[in-house]
Ligand binder design. Sequence first.
Ligand SMILES: Cc1ncc(COP(=O)(O)O)c(C=O)c1O
Length: 387
Amino acid sequence: MSRTLISKLPDVGTTIFTVMSQLANDTGAINLAQGFPSFEPPTALTDRISYHLNHGANQYAPMAGIPALRAAIAEKTLRLQGRAVDMDSEITVCTGATEGLFSAIQAVVHRGDEVIIIDPAYDSYEPAITLAGGITRHVPLLIADNGHDFGMDWQRLSDTISDKTRLIVTNFPHNPTGAILTADDLDQLAEIVRDTNCLLLSDEVYEHIVFDGEQHRSFSSHEELWERSLVVASFGKTFNATGWKLGYCVAPAALSVEFRKVHQFTTFSVSTPMQHGVADFLASDPDFYAKLPAFYQQKRDHFCSLLEESGFRFKPARSTFFQIVDYGDVSQENDFALAKRWTREIGVASIPLSVFSSTPFTGTRLRFCFAKADATLEDAARRLCRL
Ligand SMILES: Cc1ncc(COP(=O)(O)O)c(C=O)c1O
């Protein structure tokens, strides 16, 4: 090679999810690290996908997604968030939320634009911003004095916005802390961005996993926020099918036009039989989502009750399928080193919180995924309680 290869992402290595899952595989540890359920998707859904695989739905789907699936997404958005969206111009089916987030960022961020992300942040945001030539600004979540309640620091967000800020990326229900936003939070955000040029990218992949009777409030539900929002979601979490990589982006027509310009050259269209299968399933069981909170709340409660015997401090998660614990009474070791050591020595893999954050946010915290069979959670908790 006559020219040196200059990396466009010099600081990016292998994601922590791959690192910890690999370590769990190599050591035979219980993998409570990567966020995937150990349950199968509903049979009624996989049956419909098999049907379409065997009945000719095997060529390119339309670029924006098949009409039946976009109609199901529009129906749900109206029913759950009160937002009437036009399925032809405001909904795009994409290859998992990851592609939706990437395409959204490439579509609206220009070289030199600033983009604010909230720490701890899902790890795909910043590389996508960097590839678009944007500059990432980090705003940490607020941690209440008890060390267990997490929420938006609206003042800090407001102070971080400048005339260069093009986009704010949020993720509520929040991975990894389980924080959620209230109606009042959405009003505060609307007030902060009202006189700015900021667009909003709302990652809502855990929209259906919210506990204790609380409600997820999508940016699509808010009159003012909606006008400047791209809302990205995923069927992976909803249907216990993270390997299918099926998601969507809902955004006002003007934003969707730009989103689609990138989407059509990132992937063009998404697996056809999958889309037909999901559309059929949602037509037969449109309220499937309503069953998820109770199912995962039972998992959360079971895992938390097992951890009562441990030396960890924690408060049950308000959403998602992750539980944060503070291990400070058990060890003061660095979280990454400890997560690796406990994977090898105790046989339970977790995710260290510091990897989600470039601001000094995290202290002695680990994230455990409780989307697992009860027996797996019991085995893991037994090992953790011995510490
Ligand atoms: C916050 C968040 N956003 C996006 C994704 C990616 O979703 P998908 O698998 O649909 O690409 C995940 C997956 O874990 C996530 O936790």
